[in-house]
Design a protein around this ligand. Structure first.
Ligand code: HEM
Length: 283
């Protein structure tokens, strides 16, 4: 298969994968499988996917460097656009939940801080999706990079919205914030460390500790829970896996994949050498 064909199929597969959550949601909605409050469930599901795709789009640059996988950059734009579309759908479902009463929607967005930041994140995501095309890239030139840098504060707002609306259980939001921290530390790290085992190991430790700090700080500041109780929960096997452990597992998975890739490369080189030695006559 040529490189062009590979890119074509990668793009098609990505498009299919990006449509799956909304198709599955539509299926569950139509066949009444969403539980007693379908609109609330649909709001949660679309919000979760918007954050997932947002983080995934940010993960592709590190993936390209760490796994030396150039092609992956070809799907970054559509994953970012999918994040914006899922966020729009999430907003639309919220509007439906308010019986299309736009006055109530606007009042709520102005009145409730978590909706105000959600709305700000939504506007930014839509603006970034619209200007993600080649045409806009050419039109905006150097300013395009500056504009698209907005994705980082936008992700912070989306995560804060996630935390605040999660109320008593911030487990998923904490994990998302931990993964986002991994991505941010990677970008801030010296370039020579970004693809080395040492760098990835430091990253694993840093992101895991940051996740623990987010959990302790949120429960401490918002719910007034004693930090020692949160720390104890993190070593209690009955309460596992906590968000910090999940972030550690994801970070270790990256290291294992890099190691496997290195081993495969070495094995491949050895095999090629032996094969050429056994098939090419020496004299
Ligand atoms: C105008 C914009 C937005 C509105 C009106 C809105 C509204 C809501 C509402 C009503 C909830 C559920 C709250 C509850 O259960 O009581 C929610 C949850 C959530 N929203 Fe938004 N949101 C907006 C923008 C966003 C954006 C831009 C993102 C992400 C990119 C996002 C991600 C989430 C997530 C992850 C959840 C939690 C889902 C879960 O608990 O599983 N929202 N939002």
């Amino acid at each position: 298969m040529t490189a062009r064909q590979k890119i074509f199929w990668l793009r098609q597969a990505t498009l299919f994968g990006l449509c799956l959550p909304v198709l599955y949601l539509a299926w569950r909605w139509v066949f009444d499988e969403l539980g007693p409050r379908p609109v609330v469930d649909a709001t949660h599901i679309t919000g979760d996917w918007a954050v997932t795709f947002l983080l995934l789009s940010l993960a592709l640059t590190p993936a390209r460097s760490i796994f030396d996988w150039m092609m992956v950059i070809q799907i970054r734009r559509r994953i970012g656009v999918a994040a914006a579309l899922y966020a729009l759908l999430h907003f639309l479902i919220y509007v439906i939940d308010q019986k299309w009463n736009l006055i109530v929607v606007v009042t709520e967005i102005v009145k409730r801080f978590y909706l105000t930041i959600g709305f700000t994140a939504l506007l930014a995501l839509v603006a970034l999706a619209i200007t993600s095309t080649d045409g806009w890239q050419k039109r905006l030139r150097r300013n395009w990079k500056r504009l698209h840098w907005l994705i980082y504060p936008t992700a912070v707002l989306a995560l804060l919205h996630f935390f605040i609306q999660s109320k008593v259980n911030v487990g998923e939001a904490t994990m998302a914030a931990g993964l986002f921290t991994w991505l941010m530390i990677w970008r801030l790290m010296p370039e020579r460390l970004r693809t080395r085992f040492l760098g990835l190991a430091l990253l694993a430790v840093g992101a895991t500790l940051a996740t623990l700090v987010f959990e302790v700080a949120w429960y401490g500041l918002v719910n007034h829970v004693d930090p020692m109780r949160i720390l104890a929960a993190n070593i209690d096997p009955d309460l596992a896996p906590r968000p910090a452990l999940k972030v550690l597992a994801a970070s270790v998975a990256v290291i294992v994949l890099v190691a496997a890739r290195h081993l495969l490369k070495v094995a491949n080189r050895l095999w090629t050498k032996r094969y050429s030695q056994s098939t090419i006559p020496t004299s």
